[in-house]
Write a protein of this length. Structure first.
Length: 119
């Protein structure tokens, strides 16, 4: 039967997603509904995790990120002093060196950075 293979694959998804789920938002604590339709969208997109925030908190978070609010609050990035493992000059890097890996100045890093593979 021609169409049977396709409907068989979709029915497995429908069996798992038979009802709406109530989830507590991790930011505001309000319960919101994760509908069957939204669950199907997540499956189609390959998302593995359920949403953790209600729509209002998701939108607020997106707006904050759009204004540069993620990470350092939009201010200047904190820089750390380091000594280049290749040439020995003092340099600054945007992460705190742990000492278990070499740190390079911009020039040495650029000269030794792996080149992207082009197809």
């Amino acid at each position: 039967m021609p169409g049977q293979g396709q409907s068989g694959g979709n029915s497995a998804v429908r069996e798992v997603l038979v009802e709406d789920k109530s989830i507590a938002c991790k930011d505001c604590g309000v319960n919101f509904t994760f509908t069957v339709r939204e669950q199907q969208f997540y499956v189609e997109k390959g998302f593995e995790n359920e949403p953790q925030r209600c729509r209002d908190c998701r939108n607020a978070r997106k707006a904050q990120r759009a204004q540069g609010g993620a990470g350092g609050g939009g201010g200047p990035r904190e820089m750390f002093e380091a000594v280049c493992a290749s040439c020995g000059i003092n340099t600054t890097v945007p992460f705190k060196p742990r000492g278990d890996r070499p740190v390079y100045c911009r020039t040495c890093y650029t000269a030794n950075a792996p080149q992207p593979v082009r197809a």
